[in-house]
Each structure stands twice: as C-alpha cells, then as structure tokens.
Design a protein around this ligand. Structure first.
Ligand code: SF4
Length: 594
C-alpha cells in the first residue's frame, strides 16, 4: 500500500530515478493482504528488473496460489536498478517488499526465481541488501529460509552455498508444502534439523544434506491457473494476458532442456483454456492474450480453442498470439486465426540447415515442410519470416552450416518459380549450450575461436542473399552460460568474487564485463573456456546427478549415441519412448480428448 509513511520515507528518492513506478506496488489486480495476521509470509524475489519479472508466468502462478491460501501471504520484490540502488545507499535506506513495504528479513521465506545463470550475482546482492548472510552456513534461527526455484535449479551446485532449499520441478504444490512445514517447525527445532525435515519432501534439494531428490509435477486444472495478475503501471516485456496451453513437449529435441525437464506432456482441457482466457481478459482489461506452450500447435484441440475464442472476442479488439509454431504442423488456418487482421512476422524454427543435422538434434522436420510452411505464409500476405538456427551443435560440419544458406536459397528459388516476391527473412542464430538433463549434456561446446570462424563463414556465404539478415547471439555470453550451467561447487566462489567486485544485473548487456570475468577466473585459477567446452565422459559423475527429472540417464545416453548416427526418435505424442518419466514419477502424459 502506498501510504504517507512510505511517501515520507522514499518519495524524494523515487522522484529522482528512472521509472519510479517499478518500486511503488499497488498495481491493478495485485493482492494486499494484512501482513501481521498472516501466519506464513512468503516473499517472491525476482533477481532482475521489474519489467522482466512482472511478465514471468511462473511467478504469477506462485503469487496467485500462495495468496489464495487463507493465512498465507505472498509479496514481491524485483531487483532495484542501479540508480535506485545508489540513492538507497546514499540515504541509508533499505529495500522493501512491493506491497507490504516490509523489509525482506521480516518474512518467513524468500523464494528466488532463477530463470538464467547471469542473475546469480544479483541474488547475492539482494541478500546483502536484505541484511541476510550471503552464505547459507552463516544463517541462524532468526533468518528467513532462502528458497530457489526455476529452470536453473536443474543444476543447483553453483548456487548451493547461498541457497538453503532448492525446489526441483513444478513449484505449485511443493512451494506451499515447504512454507507450511517451515512455519510449523520454526522456533521449535534448530534450523539444521528443519532443513533435514524439508529434505524429505519430494522435489526438495537441500545442499547442507546433499540429498537425492526427484522433481515434483503438478496436474494442471482450472483452479491452479491465475485468472488475474498485477498489471504494471507502465508497459512491460509481455503486456498481455497469458494462458498456459500445455506443459512439456514430446518432440524431445536433443539440445532442449525445457523439453526434457518438463515431461510428461500435460495439456489443459479445451474448455478450461477458453474459460481461462475469457476470465483473464475480463479481469485485466488486456486487449491481447498469449497461449503459452513450448509448441502451441501441438495441442490436440488448438484449432477448436482458437475458433471458440475468436468467436467470443469477435466484436472486440482482443487478439491472440501464439509464441511458437512448428513447421510440420503449420496450418494456415491456425496462422490466420492467431494473427487475426495483423500480418505480423511468422516465426519458424528449423534449428539446423541440413537433414542430417536436424536428425542429429531430433528435430523431425524436413526441408520440404519448412519451405512449404514459408511459401504458404508468403502467399497469404506475411512477408516477414523469422527463422531460428543453432550453430556449434555436436557433430556439426561446415557442410551443415552451408545448409542454412542453401535452405534459404531454396525458399527464394521457390518464390521465383511461383512468381512471388521474396520475403524479408531474419535469422536469429544462437550458439549451442550443452544443458544438464538433456542427451547433449555430455557434449563439448565449441570454443569462441571455432564459433567466430563459423560466423565468418556464414556471413561470407550470406553476402549474395539480399533479403536476409543474420543476427548472431554473442558467443562470449553463450560460453559463460555453458560454464555456469554445467558447473560444480567451485563456481560458487567465482560467483561470490564477482559479486564482491560489483557485478550486478548482468543479463543486461551494459552490465556485462567480460574482462572482469577473466580477471576473477585467473585469480581463482579457473579456466572458463576449458570448463565450458569440456566433454564429460559417459561414466563420469555429473555435478547434477543428485537431481532427477524422472528421465533415465541411460535413456539420455542412448539418445546421445543415436545422435552420433543421425537417428531420430519418434515424438512422445505419437509413441512412448520409455524415457522413464512416467514409470519413475508414477504418472502419464495427459492429452486433451479430441
Ligand atoms: S515415459 Fe513415454 S509417455 Fe512418458 S514422458 Fe517418457 S516418452 Fe513420454
């Protein structure tokens, strides 16, 4: 709540900074529960700027579910930008939770959402600003419990000295269980014993205990999906309502972590999706909604859903966006339904240029399907196409790189032969990062020199294609990602030293300082490139072996071997491949009835 007390204390500072609306709370559709009467107080901390955090779907779910529980309170904190931070320091003021305006250490638990590795130093800075010891071992009974969830917990080791409890898998149920248990045991038994008790919960990893754990999965229903969320006072990254269509993806692309850690596929029921979208739009006033999924047009009833929603919103200006389209299931009807009157950019993800490489990564996509989907779009008025490619993949040759340009040339020549104007093509080209819990977790990453040679080669080949633009992801950034994501406990010291040297909000280009990374690595005798490009041996213990996402390690290894021979695997939607998830988690895939 914005009251006089708050304005007297922070008003003057807020008037001097960029976007003060980030720090005042009181957004439309936010909760404002009574702090003192809540029996369990949870602070969701997003270690990035407000406009990134407020758009995050996972944070919306946890915020809504926790606040829906009687006697529970969930407040929010986003990382203050540097201007606000320096004024807080200058004026000797503390950071505060957005709604209650309380100090973080007044809460029972702080839960960090770890979405990407470059937010690690920001976590440490927020702990310092919260007056909570940085190292878990230095915390006593008076400190809140420090939790972390999100995709980065797939390998907790780099952050294991700073976080008390990691949540593995879907956070819906387990987050509340941990909070409940902690509040029940707090001040009754020593903190160390509480952590031991928490480590017995499935989906919880406690570094102090170093227990094995298997992820938790949530069953998706109407009641555990938010139908409202705080509406920022200014435009955020995703200014729209978000409805989750399905979780998990059975395509099992071998480099894709999201696909492997979110199994099994769980589709929301058609009627639930329709009702959720209608409710969310009604409660928020947004004029756009997005149907969230790793592969939207794989939902069994996607066309029916879009038809029903388009009918419902027919006389309004409400439109829908589909974040991802598969070229093999690309449907013109769907594209038309999704983009209504707007002829915006169509995005297709071939990921690799040759059939051999697409088989290696298990993309299950032919050149013909990619070209046909593109031509259909052009014929129907879309003249801007965006392709996603990855370079530096395992077993890649220069012939595979040439395949990227060849594929685009084939699109152009098909346009020529059919009398169509060439489309404007943008290729977003990222660098392969080997991720834990995927078949490529053992693979080496290319060195920066190798990637730079590949980029140079592609740029030269592209010269003749005037309608094409290549956007390359920064190879240094990808190297850092690989260094962190497969790192062990040694990385903790690196993160701490970086934080001490002032690294903060590093996911923002202007804050990334590669020289600082090298300086810290040299001081600690670490070789970033050597660790990032390391190939793990089959029998080697991996830093993330204590964490199971249900997929059998032997199955992942089998997939890696199949990749070497360019043998693809049938999607889980079509046929079960016995990856281990359903047996190990005693569950099954949930597809909506057609
Ligand atoms: S066990 Fe079979 S059905 Fe279950 S997630 Fe794995 S491949 Fe899919």
């Amino acid at each position: 709540m914005i009251d006089d007390k708050f304005l007297n204390e922070y008003g003057e500072i807020l008037c001097q900074i960029e976007r003060p609306a980030r720090y005042i709370g009181d957004e439309f559709a936010s909760y404002d529960k009574d702090f003192d009467s809540a029996q369990a107080k949870f602070l969701f901390v997003f270690p990035d700027k407000y406009e990134i955090g407020i758009s995050n779907f996972g944070h919306k779910i946890i915020y809504d579910l926790t606040n829906k529980k009687e006697n529970f309170l969930c407040d929010r904190l986003y990382a203050p930008d540097k201007d606000f931070l320096s004024l807080l320091k200058e004026n000797n003021k503390s950071i505060y939770a957005l709604e209650s305006k309380r100090k973080p250490k007044e809460f029972d638990c702080l839960g960090f959402g770890l979405q990407y590795e470059l937010c690690y130093t920001t976590v440490l800075k927020i702990l310092e600003l919260s007056e909570i010891p940085i190292y878990s071992c230095d915390r006593d009974e008076s400190c809140p419990l420090i939790l972390a969830g999100g995709p980065c917990t797939s390998n907790p080791q780099p952050m294991s000295e700073f976080i008390d409890v990691f949540i593995i898998g879907d956070g819906e149920d387990v987050n509340i269980e941990v909070l409940e248990k902690f509040c029940e045991l707090k001040n009754k038994i020593p903190r160390r014993e509480i952590l031991f008790e928490l480590s017995k919960i499935q989906g919880v990893y406690v570094p102090l205990i170093d227990n094995y754990t298997t992820k938790r999965i949530a069953q998706l229903n109407y009641n555990n999906h938010p139908v409202k969320s705080p509406i920022p006072h200014f435009a955020s990254v995703q200014d729209r309502a978000v409805v989750e269509l399905r979780r998990g993806c059975g395509r099992l692309c071998r480099f894709c972590q999201a696909s492997h850690i979110n199994l099994p596929i769980r589709e929301r029921k058609k009627d639930d999706v329709v009702k959720l979208a209608q409710e969310y739009i009604k409660n928020s006033g947004y004029s756009e909604y997005s149907l969230l999924s790793l592969s939207s047009n794989d939902h069994s009833n996607i066309e029916l859903i879009l038809n029903e929603l388009n009918c419902h919103f027919e006389k309004t200006d409400v439109s829908v966006s589909l974040p991802s389209q598969r070229a093999d299931k690309f449907s013109l009807e769907l594209a038309k339904l999704a983009s209504a009157q707007k002829k915006s950019t169509v995005t297709i993800a071939p990921e690799a240029g040759t059939q051999r490489m697409r088989d290696i990564i298990n993309k299950n996509l032919s050149a013909e399907q990619i070209i046909n989907a593109t031509i259909s779009c052009i014929k129907n008025g879309w003249n801007r196409i965006k392709y996603y490619f990855v370079i530096g993949l395992p077993f890649e040759t220069y012939q595979d790189l040439k395949g990227i340009v060849d594929l685009i040339e084939q699109v152009n020549s098909t346009c020529r032969s059919q009398g169509l104007k060439y489309p404007q093509i943008t290729c977003s080209i990222s660098v392969f990062v080997p991720k834990p819990h995927t078949p490529f977790q053992w693979a080496r990453q290319n060195t920066i020199e190798e990637i730079n040679d590949k980029i140079k080669y592609l740029k030269e080949l592209k010269e003749k294609l005037k309608n094409v633009k290549f956007n390359f992801h920064n190879p240094k950034m990808s190297q850092l990602e690989s260094f962190y994501t497969r790192g062990d406990k040694k990385i903790a010291q690196f993160i701490y030293e970086l934080y001490k040297q002032g690294a903060y909000l590093e996911s923002w280009d202007e804050n990334l300082d590669f020289e600082l990374y090298q300086k810290v690595a040299t001081k600690l005798n670490l070789d970033i490139e050597q660790l990032a490009t390391k190939e793990f041996l089959e029998k080697e213990t991996l830093p993330w072996d204590k964490i199971s996402y249900g997929v059998n390690k032997d199955w992942l290894l089998g997939e890696y071997k199949k990749a070497k021979d360019a043998i693809s695997t049938i999607p889980c939607e079509v046929k079960c491949n016995n990856c281990g998830v359903c047996a190990n988690l005693k569950t099954k895939k949930v597809l909506d009835k057609k």
